[in-house]
Design a protein. Sequence first.
Lengths: 109, 115
Amino acid sequence: GQNIDQPTEMTATEGAIVQINCTYQTSGFNGLFWYQQHAGEAPTFLSYNVLDGLEEKGRFSSFLSRSKGYSYLLLKELQMKDSASYLCAAMDSNYQLIWGAGTKLIIKP
Amino acid sequence: EAGVAQSPRYKIIEKRQSVAFWCNPISGHATLYWYQQILGQGPKLLIQFQNNGVVDDSQLPKDRFSAERLKGVDSTLKIQPAKLEDSAVYLCASSSGTSGADTQYFGPGTRLTVL
C-alpha cells in the first residue's frame, strides 16, 4: 500500500533549527512536496523535490533521498510565525498526491 | 494574481440536510481538486477534474456526494444528505495542468459542521 509517515508533533525554540522527517512508500514516484498549514487555514506550498539532494529556499530547506524513501524539511532561525503543521506529500506514478497527517510544530520563546 | 476562491467559509447544518460548496480556481488552471480534511489528518482527495472531465473520483462517496465543473472553470461540490462524519474542512485546489507534477494551490476552505 501507499503510506507517508511523519512525526505527529515537535517542539522547538525561537531562533533554533528544527528538522521534520518524512518517509514514504508509493507506487512509483514523481516527487515530494512540503506544505505549511496554519491552524484554520489552507495549506501553502513550500517546496518540491524530485531529484536527490538539498534544495534551499531562504530559511527553509528540503532534502530528498529516493533510494531511502526519505525526505526532511529543515527550518532555520525559527520564528513564532513558523508555528504550524507541516504536511509531507509524495506524488505517485499516477501523479496523485499521497498525504501525510502532518507534523504540528510548536515554537516556544 | 488572484488565488483560489471558495465559499462559504463556514457552514453549519443538521444531519440529513443538503449543502453545496463553490470553488473558483486560479485563472487558467485546467486541473481542479476537491479534498476533505478531517481535523488532525492530511487532505483526502475526493475528486479531480481536468478541464470539465473527471480524472479521479475513486474516493468520492457517490451515494451522497456529487461534484461538477460544467464549463471547465468553477466547480461545485454537493453533499445530500449529510452525515455527522462529514464534518470537516473541504478544500479546493487548482494546478496549471501543463505537466503531471504541477504544484497545487489551495483555497481557504469551507469548514462544515454537521449537527
